[in-house]
Design a protein around this ligand. Sequence first.
Ligand SMILES: CC(C)(COP(=O)(O)OP(=O)(O)OC[C@H]1O[C@@H](n2cnc3c(N)ncnc32)[C@H](O)[C@@H]1OP(=O)(O)O)[C@@H](O)C(=O)NCCC(=O)NCCS
Length: 136
Amino acid sequence: MEGVVIRVGGADDLERVEAIQKASPEASQWTVSDYLYYSFLVAEIDGAVAGFAVWRGVDVDEWELLNIAVDPAFRGRGLGRALVDALPAGRVFLEVRESNAEARRLYEQCGFVAIGKRRRYYQHPAEDGIVLERKR
Ligand SMILES: CC(C)(COP(=O)(O)OP(=O)(O)OC[C@H]1O[C@@H](n2cnc3c(N)ncnc32)[C@H](O)[C@@H]1OP(=O)(O)O)[C@@H](O)C(=O)NCCC(=O)NCCS
């Protein structure tokens, strides 16, 4: 996609990433400096960071997507798709709020399928989590 660059995130990106996370209440609200200990990608559009994704290895060729968000002002332009497509090959697991239609649509487009439900996995507000898996 024109003008979009996916690259590894670093300490200099954390301020922007924190702002994007705060503006995305559907995303997990974690301490962003912890992302430096995981696999951490940012999406830039025209040179500015507008999204991020964080995941960790849970086994050989098996990963868990921990968080992903795109700045609300830059959604619908393919940044989320580009971040998910940049995940490593292999099996990827994630949880998503049942009501999070935008994220579920993105994951479905990227080949994820529902494999289970975790009842009341989320709080504030309490909601079931759908467990998704992508095999590749
Ligand atoms: C989910 C999220 C990362 C998608 O980012 P994005 O950059 O807008 O995604 P893309 O532009 O790549 O869109 C990919 C697909 O997602 C879906 N999508 C994106 N925006 C949507 C919207 N407003 N309504 C419905 N579906 C939408 C569409 O299927 C879209 O593909 P299409 O445009 O070809 O139909 C973004 O909405 C976000 O940050 N949400 C808040 C945080 C969050 O929910 N994180 C996931 C927690 S599990």
